[in-house]
Design a protein around this ligand. Structure first.
Ligand code: HEC
Length: 280
């Protein structure tokens, strides 16, 4: 297998010595991922083997959503979103996706190990955006994964969930729809459970969350496809840090009622100490 690969790479114009020694790192890495099926052994100057962003090919949102729905019953929300996208990219792109440990993201379940923090569906989508769009700098086309993360968190918070209706749903009864007004699992699932009057362990609640993961995977692929086509425009505007001086969400009243506290303001810049008199 390795021998065959070295041959293929040699045909692409990188010497055997370069490949085996991991020199000519970038070229070898690019070709290895092009050939597919192998983790790049290329070692960068700083000693790491990190290479990102990873290539993206447009996917069908409908197919992705259906995959996420089915995967929810195996690995739950966050890993289901990641799996629905990366399993297809394994086929279309191969390379680094083949060694990505999708199932390790099972911890996103229940807002991270059941703690009801961020819903795994947007958390999984955010990871995918970052891996595909890449480091914040240098910016190639003014798009950063950061903006797409904001977009999907805002979209999720306002969506009348669940949106996506799977083929052959496990629960056939009509499910209620609710707006979470928050990306938090606790609020999202809690508001739905109240409206549906169904407990956490009910088949209805499970199917609702599977459909929420599917809806989010659908939206994530729409955004990525737009980005791939050069059509993506960031729409999210909320910047809690800038507006309120604290990280947070737009639903301050949910938790604080009418008395929203104010964050301490940054102190005015201290006056500079006078320069020590120079010796003559
Ligand atoms: C999910 C619930 C929740 C949401 C939503 C939320 N907060 Fe908080 N926030 C809290 C809790 C709980 C504390 C801790 C309060 C304490 O210990 O007294 C807190 C603390 C704070 C603090 C720290 C200072 C203080 O007086 O407690 C500020 C400032 C604050 N929130 C502002 C906001 C703003 C502005 C928003 C909306 C943009 C917001 N919060 C949204 C739950 C929330």
């Amino acid at each position: 297998m390795e021998e065959k690969l070295v041959k293929e790479i040699e045909q692409e114009g990188v010497s055997r010595r370069q490949v085996l020694a991991g020199t000519g790192a970038l070229a070898a890495g690019a070709i290895l991922s092009h050939v597919g099926g192998l983790i790049s052994p290329a070692v960068a100057k700083d000693g790491t083997t990190e290479q990102w962003p990873w290539p993206y090919e447009k996917l069908d949102p409908e197919k992705t959503a259906q995959l996420a729905y089915e995967e929810w019953y195996r690995v739950f929300c966050g890993a289901a979103v990641i799996s629905s996208i990366f399993s297809q990219l394994r086929e279309k792109v191969g390379g680094p996706y083949n060694s990505f440990p999708i199932d390790s993201f099972i911890y996103l379940e229940g807002g991270q190990a059941g703690w009801g923090t961020i819903c795994g569906a947007p958390a999984g989508a955010n990871m995918v955006f970052n891996l595909i769009i890449g480091p914040r700098k240098p910016l190639t086309d003014n798009t950063t994964a950061h903006e797409m993360c904001i977009d999907i968190m805002e979209w999720y918070s306002k969506a009348n969930m669940p949106i996506y209706m799977p083929k052959n749903p496990k629960v056939t009864a009509e499910l209620p729809h609710t707006v979470s007004n928050s990306p938090l699992c606790h609020l999202s699932v809690g508001r739905w459970m109240k409206a549906a009057n169904k407990p956490l362990a009910s088949p209805e609640r499970k199917d609702r969350c599977a459909r929420v993961a599917a809806s989010t995977a659908y939206r994530a692929v729409e955004l990525l496809n737009d980005w791939k086509d050069g059509k993506y425009k960031a729409t999210g505007e909320f910047n809690c840090g800038k507006i309120h001086g604290i990280t947070g969400q737009q639903n301050c009243n949910d938790c604080h009622g009418a008395n929203i506290p104010e964050a301490p303001k940054a102190p005015p810049e201290a006056p500079k100490a006078p320069e020590a008199p120079k010796k003559a």
